[in-house]
Design a protein. Structure first.
Length: 212
């Protein structure tokens, strides 16, 4: 499948529908998911069969969710705030894991693309400039989708860090705010079972008092 076919494919359109728009970042996540899934010989996970770890909260993370079926709700989508276009998929059944990280030279900044994007963000672009940006964006996406894998990503099979399957947990009301909270996330403070936000408020209150 070449770049144009992938861009117009059913799977990529599903990613766009979920994300809300098409962009190079989404294409990076889409390509990473497909490559990793092919390498591990896995399909979209209906439950927790696959684990996905993303090291960015940028656009590509949405494509990973759509393609792999890994979600926060199922407990098999793990976000690490490292600011990297890096994605790991692990297969519980085989114990194998693959990590792909975007190469620094794979997506050089395009000054014209960036300038047009900035103008649109400020509502200063003309209709012709908006059309030009769409064309430039589509071309950038096409290049990502048809680039040689080795030119686009550093790909390595790694020792998997597979978390235990998600467990059901009961909830109990926080003794301060009264909101139901998973019992394993309540903290005991001064003899009370307190949720994390209330613990943080208590700490801030103590700091403010100590400064007076």
């Amino acid at each position: 499948m070449d770049g144009v076919e992938a861009l117009d494919s059913r799977d990529f359109k599903k990613c766009v529908e979920f994300h809300g728009h098409t962009c190079p970042g989404l294409a990076i996540g889409f390509r990473a998911a497909r490559v990793a899934m092919e390498r591990l010989k896995i399909r979209k996970a209906p439950d927790e069969e696959v684990i996905a770890v993303v090291e960015t909260d940028a656009c590509g993370a949405d494509a990973i969710q759509v393609m792999t079926g890994c979600t926060f709700g199922k407990g098999n989508f793990i976000f690490k705030n490292y600011g990297k276009h890096a994605f790991t998929l692990a297969d519980r059944k085989t114990g194998r894991a693959v990590r792909l990280s975007l190469r620094s030279e794979a997506l050089e900044p395009d000054p014209e693309h960036l300038a047009l994007f900035e103008k649109i963000q400020k509502d200063e672009a003309s209709p012709d400039e908006e059309s030009l940006l769409r064309n430039l964006t589509r071309e950038r996406i096409r290049k990502i989708l048809e680039a040689d894998v080795q030119d686009l990503f550093k790909l390595e099979e790694i020792a998997p860090d597979i978390p235990p399957k998600a467990r059901m947990s009961t909830s109990k009301a926080c003794d301060l705010c009264g909101e139901p909270t998973m019992v394993n996330l309540l903290r005991e403070v001064e003899g009370k079972k307190v949720c994390i936000p209330c613990v943080q408020k208590m700490k801030k209150g103590r700091k403010a008092t100590s400064k007076k």
